[in-house]
Design a protein around this ligand. Sequence first.
Ligand code: PLZ
Length: 452
Amino acid sequence: MTLIDETTTVPSGGPALPQVRRVLTSLPGPRSAEVLARKADAVASGVAHSVPVAVVAAGGGVVVDADGNSLIDLGSGIAVTTVGNSHPKVAAAVAAQAAQFTHTCFMISPYESYVDVAEALNRLTPGDFAKKTALFNSGAEAVENAIKIARKHTGRQAVVAFDHGYHGRTNLTMALTAKSMPYKSGFGPFAPEVYRVPGSYPYRDGLTGAEAAKRAITLIEKQIGAGNLAAVIIEPIQGEGGFIVPADGFLEAVVAWCRDNGVVFIADEVQTGFARTGAMFASELFGIEPDLITTAKGIAGGLPLAGVTGRAEIMDAAHAGGLGGTYGGNPIACAAAIAAIDAFENDGLIERAQQVGRILVDRLNGIREKDARIGDVRGHGAMVAAEFVDPATGEPDAALTAAVAKACLAEGVIVLTCGTFGNVIRFLPPLAIGDDLLNEGLDVVAAALAAA
Ligand code: PLZ
């Protein structure tokens, strides 16, 4: 049980929730346990959860449960609440829009806020060329539509995705996603004309960016044929697959090959977008200008919204009525996005992500230097991970990873795991977290590892 001075300051942009770690019960506490028992009866088992609490409030760097436990949030609901949960600007924009109108269907009668979001995405995404945007509800839906657009534009069908890639849970995006359990197993058949090639995983493949790109491009040319290929889709930093940062030069070489061969290069920035990596978009870190970029997660401070943004001539390939959906670009989600984008641009959140990243990398490298069970620390900005291995063999250690995450939670710190081999702990704190709370969370991680 930990009780910390409740007067700890609330970071700017965070709501007035005490910024403290406070564990009053074992988790789940009695109130949460009741809700989770009802969940087990009422909610399909396939919809699992990793943090066994029932949330009643969240903001700044904490998540508060029904028993009064206040947990340090190092996950942001998988990189969504980057501006902070219930950010005051987002909450006010949502309330105002909800009182004005909640829905018209943009395909029936348009409204200005959708256009505002499109203009902002066209302006903020990398590339000094004419762009257009279409809005959707989820990251997977954005990815599906990016592929539709690329196929229509090129008149070709094949799509290349990469080892360790994650793009969603719908049928086409399951096909694009690499990992079988839990995302695909038993859910086939999967969409055709999706091919997978190795990418760049410097810690495990030891290749330079140029070598890894050559390996991928040779396979594409020999096994698919450039003339059959509509699109290559990749996360600039792979998220669910293990926060894999490609070697320098890899992405540039793949982009150049796509351009030379009339293939649409799609950057899936659903997890990396919106200041998360210390740049507005991770593509900027690698100096690439994707033809299309998919966005979601951080875009609207927790409201469901996603986008496809890219070269106007590609985006306009789809005929009128070929893109859309009942809720895509819902007015409340758009109002939230305008408020969140205002925070990203005007509240110094890119700089904040860089500061958070320096703390994460310094602290984790400090632990790694004394403990060889951390094989690698990597990431950019507030998207950083530690990969856990058996020091003798370098083999992934998923059991240790799970034990550390579980011990952190028992001490009131939410950390998320990821990785094809389940041996990565990823750190994705909300940027509204204070340095004190972040450091306290990392103290807990260090203690959990030492005790494991
Ligand atoms: N593309 C790069 O990271 C979502 C999902 C985890 P949706 N990642 C977290 C899970 O177990 O479902 C994601 C992503 C990248 C696409 C998606 C899909 O976004 O909004 O979940 O559909």
